[in-house]
Design a protein around this ligand. Structure first.
Ligand code: PLP
Length: 380
C-alpha cells in the first residue's frame, strides 16, 4: 500500500514513512479481550480507524476473530460492510434523517439516542416491513442512554415518552459513554455507572456496553457484555499517568533534507522564534503540520516543543513547525546525514508524548496523520 488520499509516492520520493504494525494492533486487541474476560471485545474503527486505515485494520481484526465494530457514520458502516460480510456494525452517531433505508440495505445497526430518531426508525421498519437479511426479527438497533455527557443519548426525562416507542424496537444493545478519559476521574465514572445501572434496568435482559479504552482499565469497573475500545487498539495509553499496557502500532519517520551550522544569535524559521545561544548543528526534516505534526509542537527558547529521535538520541524542534518542514537541533548526534530518517512517533516518542508536548490529545495526533506519507503496513 502506498499512500492514502490519492497521492502516489514511491518510497524514495517520500519525505516521510508511516509504518503501521498490524501484528501489534492484533496483539492489542487480544490483550484487551484477555482483560475483559467474559465480555466481548469489539473495535471502534470510526474516522478511517483513527487515521490508521479502515481496510487493513478491519482485515487484521476480522482474521483475529473480532466480530463487532463501531463507526460514527452510516457511510463508514457501508465501507466496513464491503470488507466483512458477517461483522455486526453499530453506527454511533445515530440516525440522520432519511438514512434508515441505507441501514437496512447494508445490515447496519443505528445507535438511537432521541425520541425523533426512534420514531423515524419505527416508521421505516413498520412501513418497509424490514426484517434482518435472514428473515429474523425487525432490524436490530442499539439505544444510547445519556449518563451525564450531554452529547448523545436519551436522558432520564425523555424516558417515559421513549419507553413506549422502544417497546417496538428490536433493541440489541443498550449503551452509554464515559465523559472522562481515564485521568483518575474515577468518582465521576462511578457516578455515570450508577446512573447507567438505574436507567438500563428497563432493558435488563438486553446486552449492555459502557467501556471505551480507558473504561476497560477502570478498577472494578463493570464491563457488561461488550466493550468498545478504539484508542488503545492503535497503541494509545488507556491509563494516562501509568505505564502503557498496549504495544506501539504507529511509527512515523521523516527524512533529513539539509544539515547546516548556525552561529550564536542566529534565528530559525518563521518569526525567528528560536535563537541559537551557542554554535549549533541543525537538520531540516521533511514533515510539517500539513502532515499532522501540530504547529503547537514548535520549540522556542522559552518553551520546549516536540522532539525527534536521531540515532537513538532525542533532538528538540527549534522554531516553528512549518507546513512541510521542521528544524531540529542535532548538535548532540555525531553522524547524521542528508537522506537519513529520524523518528517523530514510535515506541520512544509516543503519540501521547507528542500530543502532550503540543497541548493536544493523542486521538487528535492519530486522526490527523497526513496523507503524503509512504504508508507501510506490517502484515501478520
Ligand atoms: C469513539 C468512541 C469510543 C472509543 O473510545 P476510545 O477512547 O478511543 O476507546 C467508544 N464509544 C463511543 C460512543 C465513542 O464515540
Amino acid at each position: 500500500m502506498r499512500t492514502a488520499g490519492g497521492f502516489d509516492v514511491s518510497r524514495q520520493e517520500a519525505g516521510a514513512i508511516l509504518s503501521i504494525d498490524l501484528k501489534a494492533l492484533v496483539d492489542n486487541w487480544r490483550t484487551l479481550q484477555a482483560v475483559c474476560g467474559a465480555a466481548e471485545c469489539g473495535a471502534v474503527v470510526k474516522a478511517d480507524a483513527y487515521g490508521i486505515g479502515m481496510e487493513p485494520v478491519v482485515q487484521a481484526l476480522d482474521a483475529a476473530g473480532c466480530k463487532t465494530y463501531f463507526v460514527a457514520h452510516v457511510f463508514e458502516g457501508r465501507r466496513l460492510r464491503a470488507l466483512s460480510r458477517d461483522a455486526v456494525i453499530y453506527v454511533l452517531n445515530g440516525l440522520l434523517p432519511g438514512t434508515a433505508p441505507s441501514y437496512a440495505q447494508h445490515g447496519l445497526r443505528p445507535v438511537l439516542g432521541s425520541a425523533p430518531e426512534i420514531e423515524e426508525w419505527l416508521q421505516f421498519t413498520a412501513l418497509s416491513g424490514a426484517r434482518t437479511p435472514d428473515g429474523g426479527d425487525a432490524l436490530p438497533a442499539a439505544l444510547q442512554i445519556d449518563t451525564g455527557m450531554n452529547r448523545l443519548g436519551l436522558k432520564e426525562v425523555d424516558f417515559d415518552a421513549a419507553e413506549c416507542l422502544t417497546q417496538h424496537v428490536n433493541v440489541a444493545l443498550v449503551l452509554s459513554h464515559f465523559s472522562w478519559t481515564g485521568h483518575g476521574d474515577d468518582d465521576r465514572a462511578r457516578n455515570q455507572i450508577e446512573i447507567f445501572e438505574r436507567l438500563r434496568a428497563r432493558w435488563f435482559d438486553v446486552p449492555a456496553s459502557m467501556a471505551n479504552s480507558a473504561g476497560v482499565f477502570l478498577e472494578r469497573g463493570p464491563l457488561y457484555d461488550l466493550v468498545r475500545p478504539g484508542y488503545a487498539l492503535y497503541g494509545g495509553n488507556p491509563t494516562p499517568g501509568r505505564p502503557n499496557p498496549m504495544r506501539s502500532v504507529v511509527r512515523l519517520e521523516a527524512r533529513i533534507h539539509q544539515i547546516h551550522q548556525v552561529a550564536p544569535g542566529e534565528r530559525v524559521g518563521y518569526e525567528g522564534a528560536w535563537t541559537a545561544k551557542s554554535p549549533r548543528r541543525l537538520a531540516t526534516i521533511s514533515a510539517g503540520y500539513a502532515d499532522g505534526v501540530p504547529h503547537a509542537a514548535m520549540g522556542s527558547n522559552a518553551r520546549a516543543g516536540g522532539e525527534a529521535l536521531v540515532s537513538g538520541r532525542r533532538c528538540p524542534f527549534v522554531g516553528h513547525v512549518s507546513m512541510d518542514l521542521i528544524v531540529i537541533d542535532i548538535s548532540e548526534v555525531a553522524n547524521a546525514q542528508r537522506g537519513d530518517m529520524v523518528e517523530l512517533i514510535g515506541p520512544t516518542i509516543t503519540i501521547d508524548e507528542l500530543a502532550a508536548r503540543a497541548g493536544t490529545i493523542g486521538y487528535e495526533i492519530l486522526t490527523h496523520l497526513g496523507r503524503r506519507f509512504y504508508r507501510r503496513y506490517t502484515r501478520l
